[in-house]
Design a protein around this ligand. Sequence first.
Ligand SMILES: [Zn+2]
Length: 216
Amino acid sequence: MCCSAAMVVSLLQRSRRGKGGRQCVPFPGIKSIVAASLLLLFILPAAKAAGEEIEGRQWQTVETKHTIIRYNSPEDLKRLNRGIRFSAGNHRIGSFLSFQHGKDPAEELMEKVDAIFERVQQILDMRKAMEKVVINVYHNSSQLRAAFFQIYRQPCRIRAWYRYWNNTIYLNVRDLHEGMLAHEMAHAIIDHYMVVRPPRATAEILARYVDQHLEE
Ligand SMILES: [Zn+2]
């Protein structure tokens, strides 16, 4: 569940980008290449949008107070809801949210996710307005691994991660629990709370503290 590897890769990618990314530079006088470059401008955004499609389906979205949850199907949303159990013992936020039978799964999930987010803020004592965190919920591990490879061009050896550059948490709906979600939320909150992002090791220690103390 550790995010260090992803963050290292992320940092490496940033430094690579900084040294010179790919650019479309038209050659003066060569009309065909100019035309091709212009065509690329239209094709590239389309290709990016097509990347939103997984197994022939577009992402569906549920927006909560603190997050935007993206998922593949209503079944995955239900599975996500079942995977996240936030009872929090005697904790004020969670005590009334656990196992409310007959409640709409999406509604129940939204409440739990926001409650976990606020619990993480409370544990860290880091309450600051920030953009909603996107949570990409993948259908299975192969989708998750494919997403990792698409971003980092390396094999995925972690179960979940948070990516600062698009403020997104990546999860596999078949392999998750509330501690993992809280851990990745902690990374998002920590990275946005401080003016300068803390060292990776420091952030990891804090995030682990959060998932270990979530239900106290
Ligand atoms: Zn981590």
